[in-house]
Design a binder for this molecule. Structure first.
Ligand code: AMP
Length: 393
């Protein structure tokens, strides 16, 4: 299977070839023909599967028609939960549209509105936006939706988790009824399906399984540890195993700052991104991590959403995530597009329920590795693989 066989024009095929993509991924093979046919789509696919190209490429194909772009108008709107993901999607659009004459723009909160308003005066073909900022711009009449042909909700489950449902509904109310709508989500929960029903019309449902994608390339292992020796164990692993790089997830923003300090005391330089830091700081830290200047990045799950780093060799769950699906999201940051990676979790007794939920979702037990010098006082039992969390959404 090649990209040209999917019905994409030469300039698009050329752009992806220049990026080194030989073969469409599973989600691309499934989604591109459906989108080109004009149908609405609801897709279960997580980051790392090539989902961005699966909607951007056919949108470029469809938008690549002659015609005047009216001032303040947009033709395709892509909503994303976080600024990091929005920026990443727009970067991909720029790469994929390199040989086309289409315009794109990304807008998100926490930055000056004026330059975005100025840029919108000419209209844009593809606008990537976080929901709150899009509404601000709409309220200020900086853009109008009459010419809108396509709507994409990217990482819809995460948008709901972050409480964007009202914003999304307000946006949808403003859009033309006649449009093509696409929804992507790591998991199709009842809430996501409800949202898909509101947004789309007779959507075709497709799904690529994250487990099958993740398993062969990512070496997953865990260490059981007492809570009070967690940071010592992490420092030990970084030093003893000579980790070149690690994206380390914590649950709360205050734990991120604390861990940076604890590692610092052991001469390990780390930095953090979380919602308590300014946009400028987050961008700086992220760019240092991407360039390799910063080797260890501590992040809360939400702040790390949308981080796209090629060849990220390692992710660490310093805290195990809840819900279990988040584990799949996290480990999807490594072992991308054929590269190998490892996902390490530090698990203490309090995490037992989360571990059961994660291993039940994976359908297997994660390999346990014992580290010399770190005996565990509070043992973590072996999971029951048919565990169902009580307060499942
Ligand atoms: P995504 O799931 O959209 O975040 O994409 C994950 C990564 O896979 C990104 O770094 C893309 O550049 C890359 N990618 C997407 N499609 C392909 C493909 N067909 N072949 C190789 N790499 C790809």
């Amino acid at each position: 299977m090649s990209f040209s066989k999917l019905g994409l024009a030469d300039p698009i095929v050329k752009a992806v070839a220049e990026l080194g993509y030989d073969t469409p991924t599973e989600i691309q093979q499934q989604a591109i023909p459906i989108i080109l046919s004009g149908k609405d789509l609801m897709a279960a696919a997580q980051t790392g599967t090539g989902k961005t190209a699966s909607f951007v490429l056919p949108l470029l194909e469809k938008l690549n028609t002659d015609g005047e772009l009216r001032g303040r108008s947009i033709r395709a709107l892509i909503l994303a939960p976080t600024r990091e993901l929005a920026v990443q999607v727009e970067n991909n659009i720029v790469d994929y549209a390199k040989h086309l004459n289409l315009s794109s723009l990304v807008v998100y909160g926490g930055t000056d509105l004026e330059p975005q308003k100025q840029r919108l005066l000419q209209g844009v073909d593809l606008l990537v936006a976080t929901p709150g900022r899009l509404l601000d711009l709409a309220y200020q009449r900086a853009l109008f939706f009459e010419d809108l042909e396509f709507l994409v909700l990217d990482e819809a489950d995460r948008m709901l988790d972050m409480g964007f449902v009202d914003e999304i509904n307000k946006i949808i109310d403003r859009l033309p009824v006649k449009r093509q709508s696409l929804l992507f989500s790591a998991t199709l929960t009842d809430d996501v399906r409800y949202l898909a029903d509101t947004v789309s019309h007779n959507a075709v449902e497709i799904s690529v399984s994250p487990q099958n994608k993740a398993a062969p390339k990512i070496h997953q292992w865990l260490v059981t540890v007492d809570k009070d020796t967690k940071s010592a164990l992490l420092s030990h692993l970084i030093n003893e195993q000579h980790w070149d790089q690690a994206l380390i997830f914590v649950e709360k923003k205050h734990s991120a700052a604390k861990l940076v300090e604890q590692l610092g005391k052991r001469d390990i330089l780390a930095d953090s991104i979380h919602s308590g830091r300014s946009q400028a700081m987050r961008e700086q830290v992220l760019s240092d991590f991407k360039s390799g200047k910063l080797k260890y990045l501590i992040a809360t799950g939400i702040a790390a959403r949308g981080i796209d780093i090629d060849n990220l060799s390692r992710v660490v769950n310093y805290d195990l995530p809840y819900p279990a699906e988040e584990y799949i999201h996290r480990i999807g940051r490594t072992g991308r597009a054929g590269a190998s990676g490892e996902a390490i979790s530090l698990v203490s007794k309090d995490d037992f329920k989360n571990l059961c939920a994660i291993e039940s979702l994976l359908g297997h037990i994660i390999q346990r590795i014992e580290i010399e010098g770190f005996p565990v006082k509070k043992t973590v039992p072996i999971s029951i693989l048919n565990y169902q969390p009580k307060n499942k959404r």
